[in-house]
Ligand binder design. Structure first.
Ligand code: SF4
Length: 242
C-alpha cells in the first residue's frame, strides 16, 4: 500500500524564519566543505569534473570506475528533474529499483518523497531536482562507504555548481554528513539552517526511514515547514548575479 503523507494541522510554519534570521544563522552554521574521510579523488579528476556540463556529467558518471560501486551497478543514476531548480533534494544512493530504472527515488520511498513534495506544493521535475550522494547502487542497499562517497563527491559538487539551487534539503544522515562534512546525528542536525558552500541546507529524514518509522513523519513535516519558510525568506533577498 502506498504511504500517505499527511499534512499536520497546527504546525508553526508561519513566521518561523525570516531573511534576518537566515543571515544570522548563516553566520553561525557549519560551513560544509562537502568531504568526508576516505581516499581523496585526484586533483586532475576533480578538475575535469569541475569543468563538465550536464551532458558531460551524465556520460562521465555512466562510465565512471572511480570506486567499487561501479562493479555491481546496472547504470549510474546522476539525478532527475529541473536542472535550473531552486530546490535540490539529496539522498544517499540508488536502490535496486533506481539502479534498474536510472532514476533516483522510485518505488515506495520515491512515492513518499513525491507526497512530501506535494505537501509543500512541489512536484518532481518542476523547480525540483533530486540527486544522491553516490551515483551507483551500493550492493544490497548498504550505506555507502566514506571512500565511495568521497570518490563520488565531485559529481554532486558540480551538479550543485551548475544548478545553483536556492536551497538544499538533505534526506537522511548520510546525505547530511557528506554534504556538511561532519559526523553528527540526524537529530542534532535538524531544525536549523546549515550551509553547503554558501547555499542554505536543511536536514530531514530519508523517506525510506520514514516508511519504517511513522512516528517521525511529524518531525519531517516540521523540517519541510522550515524549508518552505527558509525558501520564502531567501526569495526576498536580492538574487546573486551569475
Ligand atoms: S558511485 Fe560515483 S565514484 Fe563510484 S563508480 Fe559510481 S559514479 Fe563513480
Amino acid at each position: 500500500m502506498s504511504p500517505v503523507w499527511v499534512r499536520r494541522r497546527g504546525s508553526n510554519m508561519a513566521g518561523r524564519v525570516d531573511a534576518g534570521s537566515i543571515a544570522g544563522a548563516q553566520a553561525a552554521v557549519l560551513d560544509g566543505a562537502g568531504l568526508c574521510a576516505g581516499s581523496a579523488p585526484t586533483g586532475d579528476r576533480v578538475a575535469k569534473i569541475h569543468a563538465m556540463d550536464w551532458a558531460q556529467l551524465k556520460s562521465s558518471a555512466s562510465a565512471c570506475t572511480a570506486c567499487v560501486l561501479h562493479q555491481s551497478r546496472q547504470q549510474a543514476v546522476l539525478g532527475v528533474g529541473d536542472e535550473k531548480a531552486e530546490w535540490l533534494f539529496v539522498g544517499e544512493g540508488p536502490g535496486a529499483e533506481e539502479d534498474e530504472r536510472g532514476e533516483p527515488f522510485v518505488g515506495q520511498a520515491g512515492k513518499l518523497l513525491d507526497n512530501m513534495l506535494a505537501a509543500i506544493a512541489l512536484k518532481r521535475g518542476r523547480n525540483v531536482y533530486i540527486a544522491n550522494v553516490v551515483k551507483c547502487r551500493p550492493p544490497a542497499n548498504r550505506t555507502p562507504e566514506p571512500a565511495e562517497a568521497q570518490a563520488c563527491e565531485p559529481y554532486l559538487a558540480r551538479q550543485i555548481e551548475l544548478m545553483r539551487p536556492r536551497l538544499i534539503v538533505a534526506l537522511g544522515k548520510v546525505a547530511a554528513q557528506n554534504l556538511l562534512g561532519l559526523e553528527a546525528t540526524l537529530a542534532s542536525l535538524r531544525g536549523r539552517i546549515h550551509q553547503y558552500r554558501g547555499t542554505p541546507l536543511i536536514v530531514t529524514y530519508h523517506p525510506a526511514y520514514l516508511l519504517r518509522s511513522l512516528v517521525d513523519k511529524s518531525k519531517s513535516w516540521e523540517d519541510l515547514c522550515l524549508a518552505v519558510e527558509t525558501m520564502k525568506a531567501l526569495k526576498q533577498q536580492p538574487a546573486v548575479p551569475n
